[in-house]
Design a protein around this ligand. Structure first.
Ligand code: ADP
Length: 491
């Protein structure tokens, strides 16, 4: 039965909250923002048709405060809640509570979230569909000796993974049996701390993989389509920094094969909504990693090459509509790239660099999209993920997209905090990236000496920030200014 959605509360913050609200506006749906005390004047709050303070800055008291969010939603008569990514987006309990309160949860069923929320239960659920898996254990191990024995059978190097894992936490590579015990203890304690669940399992460590994931859409009537792949192989600390679509390594045949496998994974948990099935890929073989039961950070690259607004489709699916016919006949249009612009210092092991954004000028132009929710004068709060924005470009082909991206990076001015832009420019311009011939070791292999970036714009921008500060305080010391203009390379 079709239910009309006229008002959506977005249970999230930052760029993704704003991005969801923009689609709401296009669809003539009213949006409600929730915000913490740290986000009082954030752009996503100003953009929303209504906004409600849900608590103090720490997420546990605001963006994760399920009962408060639901009670505000009820007071404001919202029809549906969109959880974005992160926070409560993969929380089965929240999805249940929302539904029980008579509000539509824009996402899959609590059951599907639960099954796919645990890497081991996900593996077990897809077993009957013959989905290729990384060689390894399908059950949790607690006994170190037993685990070591299994690791030897699988063959080193192996990867210890937290069953409840996410964000690369609780993941340890073990090169040989001597390191095993120590690394297992670390993985268990990291998993306990991060997820309150110390269950770990073991997988063969694939040494030169690509991370390739498939976007799927499924309605509540059993129809499932895939919207091709995204290649997210450029990672630091097992976390993505650059994503693209399509992948430079997939043949049309392999794309279809992986696409069908992804649809089967969705089928295995009676999935509906937008979802992503992650695989690792090496030498023409692919292995199922996990399914993310929500909109991904990197969804815009799929939107640009498919022409589909994924949030719009999420809303339609949630309201009970059948997938539109056109989704069965999609063609890949050109090539898209996305950079995650983090307030992090690439020169210092990507440590967060929180502070005030003093200058913020973003690139514009045909095929350039910036998903952000910040403006000059704003602080990057310490409480949340330090992502400032996503810079996305769409080109006729991969080379065109790369060139467009470099131009866009050069036009992007962020002063006040260190960002990953200089690293991304270096990576995108690197011959290995340009050739399309790289794997998840890219950062390790090509970025062991971060001083490569020394001469790049971060240094200049840090200097400019200092000058800006001094200027503002009206205490500018002329001797501080560079005497030779040329030593301050503009970009
Ligand atoms: P998380 O949920 O913590 O993000 P994932 O299972 O999605 O963990 O894996 C994150 C990344 O770690 C992958 O993109 C890949 O680069 C790497 N990875 C995961 N499993 C393996 C494996 N068995 N061999 C090699 N790399 C892996």
């Amino acid at each position: 039965m079709k239910k009309e959605i006229k008002k959506i509360l977005v249970a999230n913050r930052g760029e993704i909250a704003l991005r969801v609200m923009k689609t709401c506006k296009n669809l003539g749906i009213n949006s409600v923002a929730i915000y913490s005390e740290a986000d009082q004047s954030a752009p996503f709050v100003k953009y929303a048709d209504e906004a409600v303070l849900v608590g103090p800055a720490p997420s546990i008291k605001s963006y994760l405060n399920q009962d408060k969010i639901i009670s505000e939603a009820l007071k404001l008569n919202v029809d549906a809640i969109h959880p974005g990514y992160g926070f409560l987006s993969e929380n089965a309990e929240f999805a249940s509570k929302v539904t029980d309160a008579g509000i539509i949860f824009i996402g899959p069923s609590p059951k599907a979230i639960e099954i796919m929320g645990d890497k081991l239960s996900a593996k077990n659920a897809v077993m009957e569909y013959d989905i290729p898996m990384v060689p390894g254990l399908n059950t949790a191990v607690t006994d170190v000796n037993e685990a070591k024995e299994s690791a030897e059978k699988i063959g080193f190097p192996i990867l210890i993974k937290a069953s409840a894992g996410g964000g690369g936490k609780g993941m340890r590579i073990v090169e040989n049996k001597d390191e095993f015990e120590d690394q297992m203890k670390r993985a268990v304690s990291e998993a306990e701390n991060a997820f309150g669940n110390g269950a770990v399992f073991i997988e063969k460590y694939i040494t030169e993989p690509r991370h390739i994931e498939i976007q799927i859409l499924a309605d509540q009537h059993g129809n499932i389509v895939h919207l091709f792949e995204r290649d997210c192989s450029i990672q630091r600390r097992h976390q993505k920094v650059i994503e693209e679509a399509p992948s430079s390594v997939l043949s049309a045949e392999m794309r279809e094969k992986m696409g069908q496998a992804a649809c089967d994974v969705a089928r295995a948990c009676d999935y509906y909504g937008a979802g992503t099935v992650e695989f690792i890929y090496e030498n023409d073989s692919f292995y199922f990693l996990e399914m993310n039961t929500r909109l991904q950070v990197e969804h815009p690259v799929t939107e640009l090459i498919s022409g589909v607004d994924l949030v719009e489709e999420q809303v339609k699916i949630a309201s009970g509509e059948v997938l539109s016919d056109y989704l069965n006949n999609l063609k890949i249009i050109g090539h898209a790239l996305e950079l995650r612009v983090y307030a992090e210092d690439p020169m210092n092991d990507f440590l967060p660099d929180i502070g005030k954004i003093l200058v913020y000028n973003k690139p514009t132009g045909e095929g350039v999209r910036v998903d952000d929710a910040i403006e000059a004068g704003m602080d990057i709060p310490i409480y949340y993920d330090p992502m400032i924005s996503k810079l996305i470009v769409h080109g006729e082909n991969r080379t065109d997209a790369i060139n467009k991206m470099i131009k866009a990076i050069d036009e992007y001015d962020i002063v006040g905090v260190k960002t990953t832009l200089s690293f991304c420019k270096y990576a995108i311009n690197h011959p290995d990236f340009r050739s399309g011939n790289f794997d998840t070791r890219f950062v390790k292999l090509n970025f062991s000496d971060p001083s490569i970036l020394q001469a790049d714009n971060e240094t200049v921008k840090a200097g400019l920030a200092a000058i800006y500060h001094l200027n503002k305080m009206d205490k500018i010391d002329q001797t501080f200014l560079p005497s030779d203009e040329s030593s301050w390379r503009k970009k």
